[in-house]
Design a protein around this ligand. Structure first.
Ligand SMILES: NC(=O)C1=CN([C@@H]2O[C@H](COP(=O)(O)OP(=O)(O)OC[C@H]3O[C@@H](n4cnc5c(N)ncnc54)[C@H](O)[C@@H]3O)[C@@H](O)[C@H]2O)C=CC1
Ligand SMILES: O=C(O)[C@H]1O[C@H](OP(=O)(O)OP(=O)(O)OC[C@H]2O[C@@H](n3ccc(=O)[nH]c3=O)[C@H](O)[C@@H]2O)[C@H](O)[C@@H](O)[C@@H]1O
Length: 480
């Protein structure tokens, strides 16, 4: 019986392994992590991450062929295939700080694999890593290998949060990169056989190691670039009276461009787009390609510009100050259907408003008060390190209150900012909300989900990204 072990029980390791266990009943799957609370949560009724459909898959397989454990070494030593799905955040200190990937967690996992292994293993890079990482990992594994054969594969993950289970059930493609030697090809085949349980063969792409590693960074860079492109257009739409939704629709109808990922927003968030592009930029610089590096850097600059522009719109509309004013923040997660707040644009928008001394009342259906307080008190980049390495009791901020209902958040507020596109925000009773707010009452929709005409009819002054401007906003400066 094939035994799989995955190091890292996070957003990728947990759902990916649960789906492998479901689709391959004859394979034993162990998911291990150094975080004991995280493992306990995987073994409980309240899983550590919110992901539609995940509970059902985990409950079907747990105690059959899927287990979660903090006994990392035991399950690694017994496995035939070891996936490594640990964090690869942006380095915060030293060489390459602010850009390069921090491979500390990866390296310690690789050293541990080398130490505890007694049999041949296939080691799979599931984490997103810089191109050529497999070479370094190979060196660590083979340095003291006691005659054990390790084959390294790159098998990057393309799931998106909020749709992880659906993405894993029906992936656009599975990518497997390996050495072009007979042993490397044999390892590729072994992993391909696992996915072939449910993924059609023509969707399993096999390449060399470096192509697989680089394709992951490239895919995220292309996706983020589309969002920055449409967000750049949104600024031009506001200046000219064009409507960004109409422009996206018209542009996306071209089959060469396609309709997906063209929604203008307050900016992209999530743990990966920014970190992976920064990483790509660093690799380009290290390879003597400054023009290529600058090209990709621009995607992040436009994203930062979009967030700053949004904050400036709010402040300038509200008589150039939000000091002491209550602003309701609806949504804190980086997108709907997840409780994940890593690199969420809400952090930057809230920090911008707090810098102008606003009083914030925040509501998100899936994010806890502790998480919000921690995010707002932490430095940029720190929040992608494992939970157990983050400060346990962040000093809570007096200007911030977290409530459990959109109506409580908006009561007596001067303005509302919609920062996550949760479905429930589309169907709120905006008349009731308006009646309970200070006047003039403002709505700043960072996700283009409200019916602008209807809200204006109620009496709101509405700003919606990339849409024709409210009379109120027309003569106000809004540049970043
Ligand atoms: N979150 C996402 O949607 C996607 C993430 N990725 C990539 O997958 C990787 C993992 O990301 P997430 O699952 O989001 O991170 P995560 O933070 O949710 O999970 C990583 C886990 O690894 C554990 N860990 C760290 N070092 C360890 C060690 N030495 N031994 C055992 N456990 C260890 C941490 O405690 C943590 O629970 C990253 O490289 C990321 O770029 C790729 C595709 C999608
Ligand atoms: O490597 C990763 O971590 C993953 O990163 C993204 O997935 P994810 O960040 O979970 O979510 P996305 O749906 O890509 O959204 C990212 C951000 O872009 C924003 N976005 C997305 C689409 C759009 O049209 N406009 C827009 O502003 C979202 O609101 C969100 O803040 C990619 O979509 C995945 O393929 C990839 O595996």
């Amino acid at each position: 019986m094939v035994k799989i072990c995955c190091i890292g029980a996070g957003y990728v390791g947990g759902p990916t392994m649960a789906v492998i266990a479901l689709k391959c009943p004859e394979i034993q799957v162990a998911v291990v992590d150094i975080s004991v609370p995280r493992i306990s949560a995987w073994n409980s009724d309240t899983l550590p991450i919110y992901e539609p459909g995940l509970d059902e898959v985990v409950k079907k397989c747990r105690e059959k062929n899927l287990l979660f454990s903090s006994d990392v070494e035991k399950y690694v030593s017994e496995a035939d295939i070891v996936f490594v799905s640990v964090n690869t955040p942006t380095k915060t200190q030293g060489l390459g700080a602010g850009k390069a990937a921090d491979l500390t967690y990866w390296e310690s996992a690789a050293r541990m694999i080398a130490d505890v292994s007694k049999s041949n293993k296939i080691v799979v890079e599931k984490s997103t890593v810089p191109v050529k990482t497999a070479e370094a990992i190979e060196k660590i594994l083979t340095h003291n290998s006691k005659g054990i054969n390790f084959q390294i594969l790159s098998n990057p993950e393309f799931l998106a949060e909020g749709t992880a289970i659906q993405d894993l059930f029906e992936p656009d493609r599975v990518l497997i990169g390996g050495r072009e030697t007979p042993e490397g090809q044999k390892a590729i085949k072994a992993l391909r056989d696992v996915y072939a349980h449910w993924v059609p063969m023509d969707r399993i792409i096999c390449t060399n190691l470096w192509s697989a590693e680089l394709s992951k960074l490239a895919a995220n860079a292309f996706l983020a670039q589309r969002i920055s492109s449409v967000n750049a257009m949104s600024a031009l739409c506001e200046a000219t009276g064009a409507d960004v939704s109409q422009v996206s629709h018209a542009v996306g109808k071209d089959t060469r461009i396609g309709p997906k990922f063209l929604n203008a927003s307050v900016g992209f968030g999530g743990s990966c787009f920014q970190k992976d592009i920064l990483n790509l930029v660093y690799i380009c610089e290290c390879n003597g390609l400054p023009e290529v590096a600058n090209y990709w850097k621009q995607v992040i600059k436009v994203n930062d510009y979009q967030k700053t522009r949004f904050v400036n719109r709010i402040v300038s509309s509200m008589f150039n100050t939000v000091s002491g004013k209550k602003i309701a923040i609806l949504g804190f997660a980086f997108k709907k259907d997840t409780g994940d707040t890593r690199e969420t644009p809400a952090i930057d928008v809230c920090k911008g408003l707090l810098g102008d001394k606003a009083m914030l009342s925040i509501y998100d259906p899936q994010v806890s008060e502790e998480q919000i307080q921690r995010d707002l008190s932490m430095n940029k980049f720190d929040w992608d390190h494992p939970v157990h390495l983050q400060p346990t009791s962040p000093s809570s901020m007096k200007q911030v209150s977290v409530v459990w209902d959109a109506y409580a958040a908006t009561k007596d507020a001067h303005g509302i900012c919609i920062l996550t596109e949760w479905d429930e925000f589309k169907t709120l009773d905006y008349q009731k909300i308006y009646d309970n707010m200070q006047k003039p009452a403002f709505v700043f929709d960072g996700r283009n989900i409200v019916d602008v005409a209807k809200l204006r009819e109620i009496g709101f002054i509405v700003y919606s990204i990339g849409k024709p401007l409210d009379e109120w906003l027309k003569d106000m400066p809004a540049v970043a």
